[in-house]
Design a protein around this ligand. Structure first.
Ligand code: HEC
Ligand code: HEC
Ligand code: HEC
Length: 452
């Protein structure tokens, strides 16, 4: 029996080695072509699109029992995590998220997974492929790191922003004069509705989702958890006429109300010549103000800019764990979020596990609620992780009260793994280094600046 086993193992090894030699010998060499063509060739030769595409190229044994269902599940997880075929369909405009995804698989050698490599010998990036990919990613992203420091400022029109600041704080926008934008986006407390799972709107009515922070939202690809507004100006039209936020009213009514203020009308005419005070110009001014709400120079940004003493050892360990555990694939770029919509339930049924007191509502559909596309069900805009310690509770439904719990849940639903207590502690310590500097966040500083 023992002898038979030995022979069987030897036969298997010889067969696998023969396949490997065949793969290496006949593996297409990297074409002498522009870098993006080389990148595509490398990914194809390493079977990346076999799993990471809407139409996976399933092998024949995917029809076999036991192993077949496992392969299909891999493919479902793979495309839920990242659809590389779609992300690389246009090589001239590859998103930061796709770049950071590739960066992760190159840096940590995670892909294809070991079980796949064991059958498909010869897959997995070799040294040369790695260096071509890394150089291409660095060139496209402009940096080696998946996270970069916030810019000191985003371009805005200063006079319009000043006008917008007053409107952001103007209760005349709400139907009964009880609320302004700052009621739910408290600037001194992180720009969200600090401590509230959902916000109190007009007449004590409540909405279905947690109010996200307005800080750094100028850096997002779209606005709202489900992306239904293209930009900040379009976004600002929403709350004013939302029956559970600022009231069941039309923009014509709001414009009429504001027009009673002759001085305000004059200001609009001066700053928006030929347009005056309209729905478009009111929301445009508010959006200009929101562009001022960037929070640069947090301790971690100072570290990224070269001040190595700005964070301590535990926080640095947290950043390493953040990268290694693929957190920086979705939470990437300067805002560490806001660049894509991602499935919340890649590895678990989030809504079945949720506190049953929170009823499922249409906001929980995520991106699908806006696009009506089934493939977008439970995809949410990846929230920024900037100023996180000020914006509890977390997630679109405000379920988690501590950073630690939010991090643990990310491990479970996005990565399919249980993060160790040490990892959770270190990552959370790192996330607490992301509170930035803004005169709006620190009004004392603003007052001092104005005195000057
Ligand atoms: C057999 C299917 C399969 C193949 C082939 C495959 N992947 Fe994956 N990939 C997955 C699955 C499943 C996940 C989800 C996370 C996990 O289970 O590890 C994933 C996750 C990822 C992730 C995110 C997390 C991480 O570990 O980096 C990236 C990026 C990725 N794959 C890139 C690639 C690239 C690049 C290739 C080609 C070298 C590739 N994959 C080949 C199945 C596959
Ligand atoms: C009653 C509370 C409330 C008021 C008042 C309110 N908001 Fe919001 N805000 C929210 C909630 C809740 C969301 C999330 C809604 C969603 O994503 O579906 C949100 C989302 C946003 C976003 C999107 C941020 C992101 O991450 O996508 C911006 C920007 C914003 N609000 C600005 C404003 C402005 C400007 C005003 C005033 C015109 C305003 N809000 C008034 C509660 C409020
Ligand atoms: C596949 C993409 C993806 C990955 C990987 C990922 N996240 Fe997230 N993250 C999201 C999405 C989407 C949400 C929003 C979920 C919701 O609101 O229901 C989120 C929310 C969060 C929040 C709550 C923020 C807030 O303001 O509500 C934290 C904290 C967080 N992630 C940290 C992490 C950490 C730490 C990791 C790695 C262990 C990680 N994420 C990995 C997509 C991802």
């Amino acid at each position: 029996m023992k002898k038979f086993l030995k022979i069987a193992v030897i036969v298997l090894l010889v067969a696998a080695a023969a396949v490997a030699v065949y793969r290496f010998a006949f593996r297409k060499s990297i074409p002498d072509a522009p870098a993006s063509e080389q990148v595509m060739a490398i990914l194809q030769q390493n079977d990346c699109f076999v799993c990471h595409s809407q139409e996976p190229e399933l092998p024949f044994y995917a029809k076999l029992p036991v192993i077949g269902p496992q392969i299909k599940e891999h493919c479902l997880h793979a495309v839920a995590f990242t659809d590389l075929a779609a992300g690389l369909a246009n090589m001239d405009s590859v998103s930061e998220v796709t770049l950071s995804m590739l960066d992760h698989s190159v840096t940590y050698g995670t892909m294809p997974m070991t079980s796949y490599k064991m059958i498909h010998w010869g897959t997995g990036f070799n040294k040369k492929e790695k260096s071509i990919l890394a150089a291409w990613i660095r060139e496209r992203r402009g940096s080696d790191e998946p996270v970069c420091a916030l810019p000191d400022r985003v371009d805005y029109d200063s006079a319009r922003a000043d006008l917008g600041e007053r409107l952001f704080n103007d209760k005349r926008i709400s139907l009964d004069g009880s609320l302004n934008c700052a009621s739910c986006h408290i600037l001194e407390e992180g720009g969200a509705d600090a401590g509230e799972r959902v916000s109190d709107g007009i007449n004590g009515l409540v909405g279905g989702v947690n109010a996200p922070t307005v800080y750094n939202s100028a850096l997002y690809v779209r606005q709202f958890w489900n992306g239904r507004a293209a930009d900040l100006r379009e976004q600002a039209e929403g709350p004013a006429t939302n029956p559970v936020e600022m009231g069941d009213q039309t923009w014509d009514q709001i414009v009429e109300r504001l027009k009673a203020d002759k001085a305000l009308v004059k200001e609009f005419e001066a700053l928006y010549p030929g347009q005056g005070l309209t729905q478009w110009t009111v929301t445009s001014a508010i959006a200009e103000f929101e562009k001022k709400l960037v929070t640069p120079n947090c301790r971690f940004d100072r570290y990224l800019k070269g001040d190595k003493a700005a964070i301590n050892e535990q926080e640095l360990k947290g950043y390493e764990a953040f990268k290694e555990n693929a957190c920086a694939t979705c939470h990437t770029g300067a805002a560490m979020g806001g660049q894509s919509f991602e499935r919340l339930d890649i590895f678990g049924n989030y809504f079945a596990d949720r506190d049953p007191k929170i009823e499922y509502n249409s906001d929980d559909d995520g991106l699908k609620g806006y696009t009506k596309n089934d493939a977008d069900l439970h995809k949410f805009k990846v929230p920024t992780l900037r100023n996180l310690e000020l914006t509890a509770p977390y997630f679109h439904d405000g379920t988690f009260e501590t950073i630690e719990d939010a991090v643990r849940a990310m491990g479970k639903y996005e990565l399919g793994k249980t993060l160790s207590d040490d990892q959770v502690k270190a990552i959370s310590a790192f996330l607490r280094t992301l509170t930035g500097v803004s005169p709006y966040l620190h009004p004392g500083q603003k007052a001092a600046e104005e005195k000057k």
